[in-house]
Ligand binder design. Structure first.
Ligand SMILES: Cc1cc2nc3c(=O)[nH]c(=O)nc-3n(C[C@H](O)[C@H](O)[C@H](O)COP(=O)(O)OP(=O)(O)OC[C@H]3O[C@@H](n4cnc5c(N)ncnc54)[C@H](O)[C@@H]3O)c2cc1C
Length: 396
């Protein structure tokens, strides 16, 4: 694809405006087709590239917009209101980009790669899942091997969103063949460094446009593409906070889309009987309350994260149990709230929401929202919180 080089040093306001326009003019009209065909939202990603949105998380020093977590969450939630899959692709891209931006600053290679992202608007995907680790991202079976300045890395991933459409994948693996499963690093595997073979299908209830089947990855490239430091740190300090906040903002966007449809439906009823408040308006008020509570959860976590200084000592705070528990609670709360809110919207709209061919149809939003509790299983997260709470004494 021919890509326009983008202007560097963009600011947040114009980026948000661009995402609003792309959401209404490109993502929304294609959302039903993306969902029914389980196809990658290529036109939306092309529009995001043209507008320079993919480099929003690149620091200003490398020519990006330097957006904070709250700003990125606003971009993702805006897009998700038009198409949940597109919002999730943007969120997953920003999570990987943030890992490079926060943990690659000691490396000339990664600093230069960040500048490349601004210029070429590369899309980044993630392979943390692996056959044999059962959904546990902090363990790997595969290991990176290094020889003569090159790396070799092969992995069997159970789920790899848009890996067939991406420019590069950040892959978790053991530090070397002798390392235990939890001693992991992140490796940037560019499209030109690898072959990927699809191993499973992606015919799912929802989030169909993320195109996330299993893949067998075989790769090799320059050793400098191994991100400095341990994945234990980049996971706790960046990947987990970005994942839980940005995913929550996407799930909120999906729920907000459903509540927006319900609100239009209720206003239509009100117009038919002027001077009366339809009974569904009370249910709408309840859904709007739940939606507002959900938004406050991800906004406050993002604001607290953005307030932490960029230096490594401040970032140590993110390794604390208090932060881990807060993020776990955010993920579980928002992933449970999203389908509940869509369900409420469906009760308001009734049969017109249940029909697939009505303008008030809520099928896609409902199915998309059901992925939230599985995308890193809530049970797995709750079990980790449970063991932390046995020793964490700083109050609820
Ligand atoms: C839309 C979507 C996109 C995704 N994209 C990617 C991607 O791009 N890259 C990637 O690497 N991965 C991706 N994933 C995978 C995701 O991150 C998880 O790895 C995967 O969803 C977990 O699969 P699982 O349910 O089999 O795992 P598990 O966590 O093993 O869960 C299996 C079952 O065990 C139960 N369980 C697990 N632990 C416990 C416990 N401690 N106590 C009680 N019960 C427990 C769970 O409730 C569940 O029923 C994606 C997933 C989704 C839904």
């Amino acid at each position: 694809m021919d890509r326009q080089p983008t202007r560097s040093g963009q600011s947040f306001g114009p980026l948000l405006e661009a995402v609003r326009r792309i959401a209404s003019e490109v993502a929304a009209p294609n959302a039903a087709d993306v969902d029914s065909q389980a196809r990658f939202p290529g036109e939306t990603l092309a529009a995001l590239r043209d507008a320079g949105v993919l480099s929003a998380a690149v620091p200003r020093e490398q020519g990006g917009a330097g957006c904070g977590l709250l700003e990125l969450a606003q971009l993702c939630s805006t897009l998700a209101q038009a198409c949940g899959s597109s919002g999730m692709v943007l969120a997953m891209h920003y999570i990987q980009l943030a890992c490079i931006a926060h943990h690659g600053q000691e490396s000339e290679f990664f600093k230069s790669y960040l500048r490349d992202i601004v210029q070429h608007q590369h899309l980044l995907a993630s392979m943390t899942s692996e056959v044999g680790t059962f959904g546990e991202t902090r363990t790997s079976v595969c290991a990176v091997e290094r020889e003569g300045g090159k790396f070799v890395l092969n992995k069997d991933a159970t789920t790899g969103s848009y890996c067939a459409h991406t420019d590069a994948i950040l892959v978790t693996c053991r530090r070397d063949a002798q390392a235990p499963g939890t001693d992991q690093v992140l490796v940037l595997v560019r499209k030109e460094d690898c072959t990927i073979k699809q191993t499973t299908s992606w015919d799912t209830l929802g989030m169909r446009g993320t195109c996330s089947p299993g893949f067998r990855l075989e790769s090799s490239g320059p050793e400098q593409q191994i991100l400095p430091g341990a994945f234990a740190d980049s996971s706790a300090q960046t990947m987990v906070p970005y994942s839980h906040v940005l995913w929550s903002s996407v799930w909120w966007g999906i729920a907000a889309d459903a509540v927006g449809k319900a609100a239009n439906f209720v206003r239509g009823q009100a117009r038919q009987a002027p001077g009366t408040v339809p009974p569904t308006a009370t249910r709408l008020a309840e859904a709007s309350l739940q939606l507002q509570n959900m938004k406050q959860l991800w906004q406050s976590a993002a604001t607290a994260f953005d307030a932490i200084g960029p230096d490594s000592r401040s970032r140590e705070e993110l390794l604390s149990m208090g932060w881990a528990l807060r993020l776990n609670n955010l993920k579980i709360s928002c992933s449970e709230a999203a389908p509940q809110i869509v369900h409420r919207a469906l009760q308001i709209v009734g049969i017109l929401g249940y029909k697939n061919d009505s303008p008030f149809s809520l099928g896609r939003q409902y199915r998309d929202s059901l992925s939230a509790s599985l995308m890193i299983s809530n049970d797995r997260i709750a079990a980790k919180s449970a063991s932390m709470l046995l020793i964490f004494k700083d109050g609820p």
